[in-house]
Ligand binder design. Structure first.
Ligand code: F0G
Length: 464
């Protein structure tokens, strides 16, 4: 009898399966990525998604309070009593009428899914709850990740709160925003700063964690992505279980986009949603591998029979030309996304598109999101900037219902925000102009006044 939950190679030609008791980050047979699969016929799955609402009435139970585990029926890889939660996923979907005109949508059509409300301030906690659950199942005592900052903050926080594992984090030196670095240090993680960027740190953490037997929590870990599926369940819940027309998400290591595709694919296969939404993944122009392979080179997943040599050639050219990722949106400053193939699969399932946006567009969109009341970090705003492009191009219609994912909290990266708004030329040049940003169209400069009541009153009257 096959297991109720198992790991499975995503390559249809291989499709090898492995027990959930194993700790794997790639298929041992062929090297492709792994999924968590389920024998749904033998599992108890709700007949309708609104049945899941009953969980709310039991929110004295931490698993029902968790925005991840109240959907346990849809990611049942571990028994309930093993599930780890620190109260993640209390996030909200905001109808963003203040931002809709900037994006080009009609009122009532734009929603922002605010994942900055998670305990560590980013969407990563959804995945970390699931990864920690699996780590507990396999008895791991140390966990590692490479990070542009948010995965490391999340890992450090889960380790500090649960005491289940010691955290070791790998970061590129000078590559992560201060808000995130300060979290890892404060939560007590062993922080290894590597000379190099995220792509270097990622390659190293794979090597070192295998060598030392440390549990890896990057999104190559298929259990992490199970947790991230729940972001989409909460979006559906907030929309009274109606499927939106579009989900727009920033693309870095491509874990979210992969997880979202899987979430909708499974819901559709289970007959729990009538149709799939479309997916738009947004790269920064300085870190645009996905855009390059999909939109410039026309590569497709093709049911798993894709021409992988083309990806290898793409990476080879990148190395030959010495190209490094570079964007103000440091969270997505990644040139070799580990989930590239899974993301191509999600794009196929969701009839997806990929766009790239400049740092200027990202910062302008970020200022608009902030002015709308829910701030976000630069990478998150790539979703709104990408949406604006897609509406301009006529790919997304003005009356379509669109959900942009705000992946990280506004306070994660104060340097970029202050450089944009402060009007301090030196700061602007140093942080932004060096990246091709030449104006702060929506800048909100502080007003400098002498310590004098009359001058202060005049300044307030001028400004309001
Ligand atoms: N937005 C934020 C705020 C992120 O931190 C990340 C990824 C992304 C978007 C991209 O998501 O990888 O699922 O495509 N941050 C990782 C980290 C890489 O290390 O914190 P993705």
């Amino acid at each position: 009898m096959p297991e109720l939950a198992y790991q499975q190679c995503i390559s249809p030609e291989c499709a090898a399966t492995f027990s959930v008791d194993q700790t794997l980050i790639a298929c041992p047979e062929c090297g492709h990525l792994l999924d968590v699969g389920y024998d749904w016929d033998r599992l108890e799955v709700p007949d309708r998604l609104d049945c899941l609402e009953a969980m709310w009435s039991r929110r004295h139970d931490p698993l029902c309070l968790s925005g991840v585990w109240r959907f346990h029926d849809l990611l049942p890889f571990a028994p309930r009593e093993q599930c780890v939660t620190i109260g993640e996923g209390q996030t909200l979907l905001q109808r963003a009428d203040a931002v809709a005109p900037y994006a080009g949508l009609q009122p009532g059509r734009l929603f922002l899914q605010y994942e900055g409300m998670n305990p560590s301030g980013s969407f990563k906690d959804n995945g970390m709850a699931a990864a920690f659950t699996h780590a507990r199942l396999v008895g791991a005592s140390r966990a590692a990740c490479a990070s542009t900052g948010n995965t490391s903050a999340s890992l450090a926080l889960y380790s500090a709160v649960t005491r289940l594992m010691k955290a070791v984090i790998f970061i590129g030196s000078g590559k992560i925003a201060y808000g995130k670095l300060s979290q890892a240090l404060d939560y007590g993680a062993l922080t290894v700063q590597i000379e190099g960027d995220f792509d270097d740190a990622m390659a190293r953490v794979k090597e070192i964690s295998a060598r030392l037997g440390i549990y890896l929590v990057n999104s190559v870990n298929p259990f992490r992505l199970e947790g991230q599926k729940t972001i989409m369940f909460r979006v559906l819940e907030a929309l009274r279980w109606e499927v939106p027309d579009w989900i727009v998400v920033p693309g870095g290591n491509l874990g979210n986009s992969s997880a979202f595709g899987k979430a909708f694919y499974e819901l559709h296969a289970l007959g729990l949603i009538p149709r799939m939404p479309r997916l738009a993944v947004i790269n920064a122009t300085g870190a645009d591998t996905l855009f390059g392979v999909v939109e410039r080179e026309g590569l497709r997943f093709n049911g798993g029979r894709m021409e992988e040599e083309r990806i290898c050639r793409y990476y080879q050219t990148m190395s030959d030309e010495g190209r490094r990722a570079s964007t103000i949106a440091s969270a997505i400053e990644i040139n070799r996304p580990v989930n590239l193939t899974k993301c191509l699969r999600a794009l196929e399932w969701c009839d997806g598109v990929v766009r790239e946006v400049t740092d200027q567009e990202i910062l302008d969109a970020k200022a608009q999101v902030g002015a709308g009341g829910l701030g976000c970090e630069p990478a998150s705003a790539a979703s709104v900037a990408g949406l604006r492009r897609l509406v301009e191009e006529g790919i997304i219609q003005r009356d379509e219902r669109v959900v942009c994912i705000l992946t990280g909290h506004q306070l994660k990266d104060p340097t970029a925000t202050v450089a944009y708004h402060s009007g301090d030329r030196e700061k602007f040049d140093q942080v932004l102009a060096s990246r091709g940003v030449d104006e702060a169209q929506f800048g909100n400069q502080p007003v400098a006044v002498p310590n004098d009541a009359e001058a202060i009153v005049r300044a307030i009257e001028r400004g309001s």
